[in-house]
Design a protein around this ligand. Structure first.
Ligand code: MN3
Length: 240
């Protein structure tokens, strides 16, 4: 088996292994094991939630999940499709006057689509902990699971304005890294593949937690689906 065949075989295995609980189906993932975010034409797809709207109660209330998924995530998908269309139009018409504007917009909307898609699958409704290869990596790169949690928690709580706390795999250094992302696309490191993301935009928590972002982040850290994070790490390390 050559490298390409090996990668393709392991991607198929990973794609089946990455499935989270309940109703998520195999077509939510591409052949390389990453989330399927586009259709055959290259337009962006907004997939249904991988569980019922009340699945994350009481940590995340049904109304917030509904509004967040439908209008915030859904709005980003619509925005990304429009941005793409405007870039194609500019290229077709050979008029690049506003192409930088749509390119910036696409970075914002597409990054939102990527992070929200990961966010929904990262959550479950019962407490669990990382094990196996993921735990080994956490201990190697952060010292312990508790230290990782403290670092991710502090980073997420302290985002300036709207943004995300992110645990990702950095292939250039072969390490897990924490990012503090502003909006959806700022303060990244090139190459990082997110495997665990915490949305600290106000729309994520305000109905239930009001201004208490710290309480929301603490609650989220109780319902991380560490199996999903482990499967994402497995896919990420096989992509390179
Ligand atoms: Mn959001």
């Amino acid at each position: 088996m050559n490298r390409k065949q090996f990668l393709s075989a392991s991607a198929i295995l990973s794609a089946s292994a990455i499935l989270p609980n309940q109703s998520v189906v195999a077509q939510n993932y591409s052949a390389n094991g990453l989330d399927k975010l586009t259709d055959a034409k290259g337009d962006f797809l907004h997939l249904p939630l991988p569980y019922n709207k009340n699945f994350l109660e009481p940590y995340m209330d049904e109304e917030t999940v509904y509004l967040h998924h439908t209008f915030h995530h859904g709005g980003a998908v619509k925005g990304a499709n429009k941005d793409l269309q405007m870039i194609r139009k500019a290229m077709d018409e050979n008029n690049l006057e506003t192409v930088d504007y749509w390119t910036k917009k696409l970075s914002y909307h597409f990054s939102s689509h990527v992070l929200h898609t990961i966010f929904w699958t990262n959550l479950t409704n019962k407490k669990n902990e990382p094990t196996g290869e993921l735990l080994k990596r956490i201990e190697k790169d952060f010292g312990s699971y508790d230290k990782l949690k403290a670092y991710l928690s502090k980073t997420s709580k302290d985002v300036d304005g709207n943004g995300w706390g992110i645990l990702g795999y950095q292939p250039y250094s072969d390490k897990l890294v924490i990012l503090q992302c502003e909006n959806h696309e700022k303060l990244t490191q090139w190459g990082v593949i997110p495997i665990l993301v915490i949305d600290v935009w106000e729309h994520s928590y305000y109905l239930k937690y009001k201004n208490k972002r710290n309480d929301f982040v603490d609650a989220m850290l109780n319902i991380i689906n560490w199996d999903n994070v482990a499967e994402r790490l497995n896919v990420a390390t096989k992509l390179v």
